[in-house]
Design a protein around this ligand. Structure first.
Ligand code: FES
Length: 252
């Protein structure tokens, strides 16, 4: 797997006018794209690399923006993005996370983003398993963040359904099990001045279409039409323990 130079961490200086901030981000994106092109790794299908979704501020249950600096290594939060019914893991890793090139199930290359935040250790991934689409519900979750074993990273994402294990330190790449592709990455932006986090899109192979098809009746019963609504200006984050009443334990 080719190695990459770390791209600039996405952050916004809100002293700047919004246009300047946007321009700055576009320049960063251009730099990243340039680096990819220079390394011969420019994705073949641009539309598969970064999906456009709403820009949502991550807040706590009281509506207050969560502090990136306050997240402790090993801490996991969940929020729903980019749809009201699609859960996402936000994980504070032990150390800095670098971007990495990965492949979707359809063999399309994309750049899984490195970590956001002051330590560049904050990563987010769709919590919908890429195998048979198990996901955390308010009642029960078969997929969750667990301690790594042996030579694995400190945290892994494990789906008890069929024991797929994903590496959140490498773009949620599949370490073992039948999952055919990494979990889709959720792009985070860190506003360094305000210490706030935004979810701004996804990269990699999304499973939302299959998810809504498979669970159409269940989601309709639980949430009505709201399930397919896109995320709003804010997304409420909750500790994993508060998101699902029961977290299924499963052997590694
Ligand atoms: S549903 Fe997750 S491994 Fe099969």
């Amino acid at each position: 797997m080719p190695q990459h130079h770390e791209p600039p961490a996405p952050s916004l200086d809100h002293d700047e006018p919004a246009d300047d901030a946007r321009r700055s981000l576009m320049q960063q994106a251009a730099c990243v794209a340039g680096a990819w092109a220079a390394s011969g790794l420019l994705p073949t299908v641009a539309g598969e690399v970064r999906q456009s979704h709403p820009r949502s501020l991550l807040v706590d249950a009281n509506g207050q923006p969560i502090s990136a600096k306050a997240l402790r290594p090993g801490e996991t939060l969940l929020f729903n993005y980019p749809f009201a019914a699609s859960p996402v893991f936000l994980i504070a890793m032990d150390g800095e996370v670098r971007d990495v090139e990965l492949l979707t199930e359809a063999k399309q290359r994309y750049a899984a983003p490195g970590g956001a935040g002051p330590k560049r250790n904050l990563v987010a991934f769709s919590a919908i398993c890429a195998h048979k689409l198990m996901y955390p519900t308010p009642a029960l979750s078969f997929i969750g963040v667990r301690k790594g074993i042996g030579n694995e990273p400190a945290q892994v994402i494990h789906c008890c359904g069929d024991n797929s294990r994903y590496d959140p330190a490498r773009g949620a790449a599949v370490m073992s099990g039948p999952a055919p592709q990494p979990l889709a990455a959720v792009l985070l932006e860190w506003d360094a001045q305000r210490d706030q986090l935004h979810a701004v899109g996804t990269r990699g192979g999304e499973k939302f279409g299959e998810f809504f098809e498979k669970y159409a009746f269940k989601l309709e019963m639980e949430m009505g039409r709201r399930a397919r609504e896109t995320a709003g200006a804010t997304c409420v984050t909750r500790p994993a323990s508060a998101y699902s009443r029961q977290w299924q334990s499963c052997p590694a």
